[in-house]
Design a protein. Structure first.
Length: 262
């Protein structure tokens, strides 16, 4: 089995440590797809990858961190695919539609896996949530793609909206992702149609925003999401939430014993 990095780099350029990490991640994704997220243990992943349980924990502190590795890989692959779209398109609708459909292309092999672990990612307290602090890196990478969509378009985007529109565009991508999870049409055909229709609607909205009277509406929508949406809120944390432990504990095997690094 050839090792792949979390990103789209050629495996031949990876160090032995990076190859081991990529192999563990690749093995985990396959087992998650075959057996489901909940039924797959770190011990099973280590055994299938041919490494010790302690080594698996050395590279990934737990299954949640494997999912973060998956998020990062998808984000890196999407960044690369988006560059090809953005290099040839200047029309905003075409740029956004191309970027959204590129994400659907990349995510296609993981559809059944996404269906299986969706209930975990939908938990607002889960580190698997796309809005969680643990998912911040992948989230920011995805938002940066939409920032690039706006940056190179010939469509005039009001300066006061350039900072807030990428987050709103990423939220629309999350809506597309949710629809894609439930989409059972052949080749997820309706998801691709939704990407095109959503891009058209967004482009028209941005074009209308050149009228100053409509700009406050866009700002109001953004403020609504950033005030109330988990992961984007600027509000103070809920004091009722249990504080995270300040001391990092040693990883344990699936049978409860501390793992060791080999």
């Amino acid at each position: 089995m050839s090792a792949k990095n979390d990103g789209p780099d050629d495996g031949a350029t990876l160090s032995k440590s990076e190859q081991t990490r990529a192999l563990i991640l690749q093995t985990a994704m396959r087992l998650f797809q075959e057996h489901g997220y909940d039924k797959t243990t770190m011990r099973a992943i280590a055994k299938e990858a041919g490494v010790s349980v302690g080594n698996a924990y050395y590279y990934f502190e737990g299954k949640e961190h494997l999912i973060q590795g998956f998020y990062d890989r998808i984000a890196a692959e999407h960044q690369l695919a988006a560059r090809e779209v953005l290099a040839r398109e200047t029309d905003l609708e075409a740029r956004l539609a191309g970027v959204l459909k590129a994400w659907l292309d990349i995510a296609t092999p993981y559809h059944e896996f996404a269906v299986q672990f969706f209930k975990n990612a939908a938990d607002p307290d889960s580190p698997l949530s796309p809005f969680s602090p643990e998912s911040e890196h992948a989230r920011l990478e995805a938002i940066s793609v939409h920032r690039s969509v706006l940056a190179g378009t010939r469509t005039k985007v009001p300066a006061e909206l350039r900072d807030i529109l990428p987050e709103l565009m990423w939220l629309s991508q999350m809506g597309l992702c949710l629809y894609w999870i439930f989409d059972r049409t052949e080749g997820r055909e309706r998801s691709y149609r939704l990407a095109e229709r959503g891009a058209r609607l967004t482009a028209r909205g941005v074009a209308l925003a050149r009228f100053r009277v409509l700009r406050p509406l866009v700002s109001e929508v953004h403020e609504l999401f950033t005030e109330f949406l988990p992961g984007m809120t600027r509000a103070f944390p809920d004091p009722a939430r249990k504080a995270a432990p300040t001391r990092k504990e040693a990883p344990v095997d699936d049978d409860g014993r501390p793992g060791t690094v080999s």
